[in-house]
Design a protein around this ligand. Sequence first.
Ligand code: PMP
Length: 404
Amino acid sequence: MLDIQQIRADFPILSQKVNGKPLVYFDNGATSQKPQIVIDAEVKYYQEINANIHRGVHTLSQLATDAYEISRGKIKEHINAKFAHEVLFTSGTTHGINLVSNGFASILKPGDEVIVSSLEHHSNIVPWQMLCEKTGAVLKVIPIDENGELILEDFDALLSEKTKVVTLNHISNALGIINPIKYIIGKAHAVGAAVLIDGAQAVPHLKPDVQELDCDFYAFSGHKMCGPTGTGILYGKEEWLNKLPPYQGGGEMIKEVTFEKTTYADLPHKFEAGTPNIAGGIVLGTAIDYLNSIGFENIQEYENELLAYATKRLLEIEGLKIYGTGKNKASVVSFNIDGIHPYDIGSIIDKLGIAVRTGHHCAQPIMNFFCIPGTIRASFSFYNTKEEIDQMVEAVKKAQTMLS
Ligand code: PMP
């Protein structure tokens, strides 16, 4: 059993008042809050070891390099990659996906196919559309049903020897649906396609095992898992990372530069041009240590309780409809109330201290599927409580009364 009050004490922002009310933070899907240990680690880096990495022979540069590479090793262990050089530091999920989609520009031919799912965040749609425009490849889409679940027979039917890339999220940000990625990876591999998993919404809730999943790429952001903004990871299988060309040219990613020809550095440096977010990369390791100290089994068990409780309490409200009613869900509830725009509910409950996301959640195709402008999304973390859910339900009821 988690001691939630003790955990909440780790997060200074949670004891804050917003609009004169105690903050109820249910926008964890957008970004998580940061524990003091992460904030302290960032400060300590700048106070004690700030220097550029992989360059200087001086002591601080070596200390910073060691800390950065220790963090890479930690992340390798965390996601169970085979090699540390399969773990690339990025600025976030968006960066990781673009790195891969750009690389495929030199591989895809006109008529090749890229499959995405209907549940994707714009950052796992637009880069692939851009790739298709560039190469003449064709984008195919796995449809969803009324519960927000992927229709797997339709996915099977889309696969052919033309399929070169299949990409989808592990967990949907707009609905919280957990996708059957292991099934999809197996089927995609059977036709020789590479698979990228967008793990942005998964890593705050579970520990992905990239070898067990057998995905070719797994991208995620640090800021959704208690780490700093501007940090992220792209895992790629060694053979794929060797096959893809570099994404950006610059310092650190080369072996030798002449005006006639440049040769590229080995992995992971081939994909890490320029000075990275050094502090962020190091502190992401601290955030992962923190999450592991709580334990992902404990996190999942508790968040499932919050999800069940919130679903039950919200459904007591007349005219409330939840989107994403599939069986396998993370702690996200996306809903609307009959006849009221989600933005109006969001604005009123904000005045009562409750932070939720309203809108299309960067997933407009899902909103189009349900013929709605957007939803109100409450996304819960292990530091949230049932009392906070009660406060949200009361606030939503109040907003409903005011707006009806
Ligand atoms: N994919 C999903 C499923 C997301 O939820 C997000 C962030 N909302 C992203 C990608 C993009 O992440 P970032 O903005 O950190 O690059």
